[in-house]
Design a protein around this ligand. Structure first.
Ligand code: ATP
Ligand code: MG
Length: 333
């Protein structure tokens, strides 16, 4: 009898701030839900979190915080390899090799680079790392022969670039890399800011009341939802042309598991106040199990260290032979 092998997933999250609802609904919740379906590798990409100005102590703390958050959100060390990127040196090494086969023009066209560099303004302050970010991300994915990369909508362009880099490399040096596919869900792939539904929730683009962090206190969560921007209309409907209420309804739908029709029926004839009050409670309730587990994990630093060491060891066992294959292909070995 043939043994069906599972496809491999790889994805990562930056410790550039705390886990927020956009990361959770667009990426991490799906990683958790799909754990039995794939052969899973998930990574706290701390090298990526150095591409915007950062503080060393904050980076150290957030690296551990994000690692704990992934387990608190439901990743399971038995079913998924979870590790910290900088603990596996092959990522930085492969990124250099890929840099040398990636055309500069491809990187200059990336939307995230344009957005994040524009926000910093002065060109003298933008790091070369910010431009190079997608090459490091390609190295992350290609080191594990990943077939699928579950990400939010904003990272689709980078996964496509990774495919282009893999194909170019394979063409230049012979079949070396598996060419991965992005995996993006229909709803929740882009959760928008509560204060400004034209901007996505982001760790690095935080304005007060924009982003719901999974470790925000219940009062803060209720307050942020209560102040969310809506519009001057009355009906509570899933209408994409009304981005504020549409975003809140999408959040409600994904956290409650109810259908849009059931939600619209419940709020027929009711106002934004009622809806926001219920949504605030739903968010508080939905985050409570995460918050409990997160505090427990942070209170056990030795256990966290052991999980990190085990994850890195398992990741290296896959990444090192792939790097050796690449070095051979390009003539370094
Ligand atoms: P930063 O602002 O530092 O880039 P971020 O909030 O964008 O942080 P990342 O670590 O870059 O988070 O991305 C982690 C995952 O979360 C990626 O798969 C990304 O596509 C997804 N993601 C990020 N923001 C959102 C969002 N607002 N809605 C849905 N998915 C998102
Ligand atoms: Mg991002």
């Amino acid at each position: 009898m043939a043994i069906a092998t599972k496809l491999r997933t790889f994805s990562g999250i930056q410790p550039s701030g705390a886990l927020h609802l956009g990361n959770y609904l667009g990426a991490v919740k799906r990683w958790v839900d799909m754990q039995d379906q794939f052969d899973n590798i998930y990574c706290v990409v701390d090298l990526h979190a150095m591409t915007l100005p950062f503080d060393a102590d904050a980076l150290r703390e957030r690296q551990r915080g994000m690692f704990a958050a992934l387990f608190a959100a439901g990743l399971d060390a038995e079913r998924s390899i979870v590790f910290v990127q900088s603990h596996v040196p092959a990522h930085a090494e492969l990124a250099w090799i890929l840099n040398c086969v990636t055309p500069l023009g491809w990187l200059e066209r990336m939307t995230q680079f344009k957005d994040k560099s524009q926000r910093q303004g002065d060109r003298e302050r933008i790091s070369a790392g910010l431009l190079d970010y997608p090459v490091l991300m390609a190295a992350d994915i290609l080191l594990y022969d990943a077939n699928v990369v579950p990400v939010g909508e904003d990272q689709k362009q980078h996964v496509e670039l990774c495919r282009d880099i893999a194909q170019r490399f394979n063409h230049l040096f012979g079949e070396t890399f598996v060419v991965p596919e992005p995996l993006i869900q229909a709803e929740g792939a882009r959760i928008m800011g509560l204060d400004d539904p034209t901007r996505k929730m982001s760790k690095s683009d935080d304005a007060p009341n924009r982003t719901l962090y999974l470790d925000d206190s219940p009062d803060v969560l209720r307050r942020k939802v209560g102040r969310a921007t809506t519009d001057s209309q009355r009906e509570i409907r899933f209408d994409p042309s009304r981005p504020g209420i549409f975003n809140l309804l999408t959040i409600y739908q994904l956290l409650s598991g109810e259908t849009p029709a059931a939600i619209e029926a419940r709020y027929e004839g009711k106002g934004y106040r009622d809806f926001k009050r219920d949504l605030g409670e739903l968010v508080v309730e939905s985050f409570a199990p995460f918050q409990r587990r997160y505090q427990e994990l942070l209170a056990e630093p030795e256990q966290l260290d052991a999980l990190m060491a085990r994850g890195a060891e398992r990741a290296r066992a896959i990444a090192d032979p792939v790097l050796a294959r690449v070095k051979k292909a390009v003539g370094l070995a």
